[in-house]
Design a protein around this ligand. Structure first.
Ligand code: 5GP
Length: 372
């Protein structure tokens, strides 16, 4: 008989952070910069660990230029060519410590990644995403990349569809049973970390332009995924990225509170001047196109259409043009500093230790993300 897990799993909207006694006099005292040393690359990181998603509408060079001024990170999307990378590197040497080069797992992806990292050796981060595939293929690919780039920090997002994403998430979701002796899924995260990954991206279907939950019925509420994954990964000296589902600065704070080392944003950074996507004007209002990387729009653009064997798992929306991203970044960082002040965390590093979530249902007025 199919198993039903009756434990309640939570999303960002299901909780609030409880305020705590604080000795902080002002939110300006809060330190958001964090330092990490990654388990395999042994590389050290220092920055504010919020990153732009490697979507072609968000992970642009223009975005990287704007975000690196705040010590934020950008996972550059994989559709830039070598010449574009060279030009960016020549013009923005100071930004290179805050960007990752992205790659899929195909042979041409590997070649392109090699070319970029050889031409721009200052780029020390690799973001690996799997569109489809099986765990053995992915793990082998990861091993190959690790072998070729022994000192680069590798972030991985295990594959969609099954078995990879569910197995990764289940690693975490089954942590209690893992402690009770069920190591089947724990082995998967262990395998990814032991095969060379430094940072694991966590998120099945929470994205603002993701339709995976609707198309496949597969998913995992993001707050619980982060809570469980952070615990599992930290036990192995790994790090995690909470990827998807943040629609306001409070969600970013909740992700950090739940134990995320990094928080990745798509929709919250979409629609800005630095974002990709065509600008449209109607009735005096400006809009920018924002779409999922598995949407029909993206597949038409890069793969000549949606392959017969699969459905698109993303959608396209027009978001109101929002001007320079700097304003939004200040809003996010200001919110995060206030969260830390409310719970008495002088540094972002201490936020998860100071976090008590209160379950709330429902949470006041609805929070709207792009396209909702
Ligand atoms: P957001 O911050 O917009 O809620 O989520 C961004 C994340 O959504 C990305 O980092 C990526 O993991 C995920 N994503 C982007 N495009 C797609 C898509 O077409 N399908 C799915 N399933 N996820 C997507």
């Amino acid at each position: 008989m199919p198993h039903v897990d009756t434990d309640v799993k939570l999303d960002f909207r299901d909780v609030l952070l409880r305020p705590k006694r604080s000795t902080l006099r002002s939110r300006s005292e809060v330190e958001l910069l964090r330092s990490f040393t990654f388990r395999n690359s042994r590389q050290t990181y220092r920055g504010i660990p919020i990153l732009a998603a490697n979507m072609d509408t968000v992970g642009t060079f223009e975005m990287a230029r704007a975000l690196c001024k705040f010590s934020l990170f950008t996972a550059i999307h994989k559709h830039y060519g070598l010449e574009e990378w060279k030009a960016f590197a020549a013009q923005n040497p100071d930004c290179l410590q805050h960007v990752a080069a992205s790659s899929g797992t195909g042979p041409s992806d590997f070649e392109q990644l090699e070319q970029i990292l050889e031409a721009v050796p200052q780029v020390r981060y690799i973001c690996l995403d799997v569109a489809n595939g099986y765990s053995e293929h992915f793990v082998q690919f990861l091993r190959d990349v690790r072998k070729r780039f022994p000192d680069h920090t590798i972030m991985v997002r295990p594959a969609l569809p099954p078995p990879l994403i569910p197995s990764c998430i289940m690693v975490h979701s089954e942590l209690p049973s893992l402690q009770a002796g069920n190591v089947v899924t724990g082995e998967m995260v262990e395998e990814l970390l032991l095969s060379g990954a430094d940072i694991i991206k966590v998120g099945i279907g929470p994205g603002s332009v993701c339709t995976t939950r609707k198309k496949t019925g597969v998913g995992y509420p993001q707050l619980s995924a982060v809570l469980e994954c952070a615990d599992a990964a930290h036990g192995l000296n790994g790090h995690i990225i909470s990827d998807g589902g943040c629609s306001c600065p409070g969600d970013v704070a909740k992700a950090f509170g739940a134990g995320a080392d990094f928080v990745m944003l798509g929709g919250m950074l979409a629609g800005h001047a630095e974002a990709g996507g065509e600008l449209a004007e109607r009735e005096g209002k400006r809009y920018k196109l924002f779409y999922g990387m598995s949407s029909e729009v993206a597949m038409r653009k890069y793969a000549g259409g949606v392959a017969e064997y699969r459905a698109s798992e993303g959608r396209a929306v027009e978001v109101p043009f929002r001007g320079p991203v700097e304003v939004t970044v200040r809003d996010i960082l200001g919110g995060l500093r206030s969260t830390c002040a409310y719970v008495g965390a002088p540094r972002l590093k201490e936020l998860s230790r100071r976090t008590t979530f209160i379950r709330v249902t429902p949470l006041g007025p609805p929070l709207f993300g792009p396209g909702d």
